[in-house]
Design a protein around this ligand. Structure first.
Ligand code: UDP
Length: 318
């Protein structure tokens, strides 16, 4: 793959920026296009003097062309429930218009293509764990629909460009992922709990905390993306850690890892919050030889330094 050029839309985000690091490590030249709606320049700061790296600030909801590329990684989209609730219409636009434009680039240059999709395609799942063949249980008009339906549409456009235009596409369904570079205030459970624990504030568990999630450390997740990129699988592949925890257990792990004196307080469960989520990763195991290596407590430990610094920086800025 060396000395070829990859485009990463949304490359200033949490996952996008880690993907850029991995691609540069694999010998690619990388150009990021991001409008910085929820992404941060800071996530790419360490690459600014790398001659193989370019950053273009642009909204991909307008047609765009950054010159010839060999691979398009389409990662642009708000992704946390708080972000996509605030930016509901931009989320729908980037999943629809933005996806057309990213696929147009791949089509024009004959580039390979990989798009980030999500376990949200399964909605509040009635099948557990979730296999790629499950069609999902999504409320098309609820508060999460701006994200869930945008991503389902993203998958539909991607498959259409594959079928009609023969674009060499891949779809990754990402489950809850965590690690350094998550925004402290993006509202997701791991940054919320880490921030609260490091400030010795109560950890806010929504509902009774019995809902489950399965958390994948970022380096494992990126390894799955790279393996999928090198494969020729066009149908969706789940990449996530199948170790499932209740949210209450997640809170207890965070309190343990941070050594915090925090207690737990309970707040209302948001509407349509999925009750359970766990990937079936048989396909990724068989097709990609992929398996997550880092379990929750170890990954929280590995993220601690980052969250400590982010909390200290926020305190200093006040
Ligand atoms: N959650 C919580 N407290 C928080 C933030 C989130 O109990 O401070 C819960 C949320 O209701 C959900 C789970 O943690 O059940 C995961 O939420 P997140 O926003 O990280 O992502 P989701 O998996 O819902 O997209």
């Amino acid at each position: 793959m060396s000395s070829q050029r990859a485009l990463v839309t949304g490359g200033a985000g949490f996952l996008g920026s880690h993907l850029c690091d991995a691609l540069l490590g694999e010998g690619w030249n990388v150009v990021v296009v991001d409008n910085l709606l929820t992404g941060r320049r800071h996530n790419l700061e360490h690459l600014k003097n790398d001659s193989r790296f370019d950053f273009v600030e642009k909204d991909i909801c307008e047609p765009f062309d950054v010159g010839k590329v060999d691979f398009v990684f389409h990662f642009a989209s708000p992704a946390s429930p708080v972000d996509y609730t605030i930016h509901g219409i931009p989320t729908l636009k980037v999943g629809s218009l933005g996806t057309f434009h990213a696929l147009d680039v791949a089509h024009k240059y004959g580039a390979k293509y990989l798009v980030s999709s999500t376990s949200e395609c399964y909605g509040d799942p009635l099948e557990h764990p979730q296999k790629e063949t499950y069609w999902g249980n999504v409320n098309s008009i609820g508060p999460r629909s701006v994200y869930d339906e945008a991503k389902r549409f993203t998958e539909a456009v991607t498959m259409a460009y594959h079928r009609y235009h023969k674009v060499d596409t891949r779809i990754v369904r990402i489950f809850n992922t965590y690690g350094p570079r998550m925004q402290l205030n993006d509202g997701r459970v791991v940054p919320n709990f880490m921030k609260q624990a490091l400030r010795n504030q109560d950890l806010t568990v929504y509902g009774d905390g019995s809902q489950t999630r399965s958390f994948c450390y970022v380096s494992d997740e990126i390894d799955g993306f790279i393996r999928l990129a090198k494969s020729s699988e066009h149908l969706p592949v789940n990449i996530g850690n199948p170790n499932e925890f209740t949210i209450l257990e997640c809170a207890q792990h965070v309190i343990k890892v941070t050594g915090s004196k925090s207690k737990i307080s309970y707040e209302p469960l948001p509407q349509d919050d999925p009750k359970q989520r766990r990937p079936d990763i048989t396909k990724a195991r068989q097709l990609l030889g992929w398996e997550p290596k880092i379990q929750l407590e170890e990954g929280l430990q590995m993220s601690l330094d980052y969250f400590r610094k982010a909390v200290a920086q926020e305190a200093a800025a006040k």
